[in-house]
Ligand binder design. Structure first.
Ligand code: AMP
Length: 299
């Protein structure tokens, strides 16, 4: 089953209480792909500048990630800078330089148009709608966004939510999108916009899944050291969509397991900066942690 991801590719400068990295590879697309490629081949649509170092892309290619949809433009790659607070649940964006990302127009190569599992990472909802219009017959569309689009492009965002099967967002975004302080009421209001399922992430407090009036709640994997949460959301999505692409059917049992795989992949990302923990991660390590998850949530 082929997966398509459309989103950012970046150089990140990140400060946490554990240290700092400058111009480290990042972006939703690459974090997603590094997780999803454990399960199925991944097709990437994105843009980089001529300054982007190819070694991470070569590593991902060996893992079954296809970059035919990647355009290389003259100019600098998108750059994002962030600083995490002492408790790591909160971060401030220090800068966003769109660079070549400013003119990004997703164009799907012909062979990508029949992709079945789609992850629309956090980009302008108008571009997300454009991607959907280029697809033949997707089986599952999974959507991500951020507060910037909730306040700035609400109408287009509502349209893309209505065309998505699963919407992944965090609790703050759910409140902002609906104006509801009560999370259950916010969930009800978002489901009324059209998606079949919702995943509400609550940072180190885990993730909640809602599908056909059924709920599932998974904690975040308990870790003693969290060095850098950047990319946790996108690797969660990679594990989640990756698992569903391999499982096939959309049902509660598969969705519950997908949440556990997503949480597991995210737990590795945060153990080190950038892709440091994800490079070299093995399927055996993932399965061991999934087993441990099973053990700590059984009652
Ligand atoms: P996450 O920690 O999962 O929310 O994702 C972090 C990644 O999102 C970083 O690697 C950033 O490069 C990327 N990012 C930050 N701001 C934006 C933005 N405005 N648009 C697209 N990607 C972004």
């Amino acid at each position: 089953m082929s997966i398509l991801v459309v989103g950012s590719i970046a150089y990140d400068t990140v400060e946490t209480p554990y240290g700092k990295v400058e111009n480290a590879p990042g972006g939703s697309t690459l974090f997603f792909s590094s997780a999803a490629s454990f399960f199925s081949p991944v097709n990437v649509v994105g843009v980089i500048g001529s300054d982007f170092d190819g070694s991470l892309l070569s590593f991902l290619k060996k893992r079954g990630v296809d970059f035919k949809g990647l355009s290389v433009e003259s100019g600098e790659t998108f750059r994002w800078g962030g600083r995490y607070h002492a408790n790591m649940n909160k971060r401030d964006t220090l800068f966003t330089f769109l660079n070549v990302f400013e003119r990004f127009q997703p164009r799907l190569p012909t062979s990508y148009k029949s992709s079945e599992y789609i992850f629309l990472a956090n980009i302008d909802p108008e571009l997300q709608l454009d991607v959907l219009s280029q697809l033949k017959q997707p089986r599952l569309v999974v959507l991500d966004t951020m507060n910037f689009w909730i306040s700035g492009k609400r109408q287009a965002l509502q349209e893309v939510i209505s065309k998505s099967d699963i919407f992944i967002l965090n609790d703050e975004e759910a409140h902002e999108l609906t104006g509801e302080n009560n999370l259950m009421k916010a969930i009800k209001a978002i489901l009324a916009m059209g998606p079949k399922a919702l995943v509400v992430k609550k940072g180190e407090h885990g993730a909640m899944l809602i599908y056909e009036n059924q709920f599932f709640f998974a904690p975040a994997f308990p870790l003693e050291v969290v060095k850098d949460p950047t990319g946790a959301g996108d690797t969660f999505a990679g594990g989640f969509v990756g698992f569903l692409s391999a499982a096939g059917d959309l049902n509660m049992e598969n969705l519950r397991q997908a949440v556990i795989y997503g949480s597991t992949l995210a737990s590795f990302t945060v153990e080190d900066f950038s892709f440091n923990r994800l490079i070299g991660l093995t399927r055996d390590e993932i399965e061991e942690r999934v087993d441990r998850f099973r053990e700590i949530t059984r009652f």
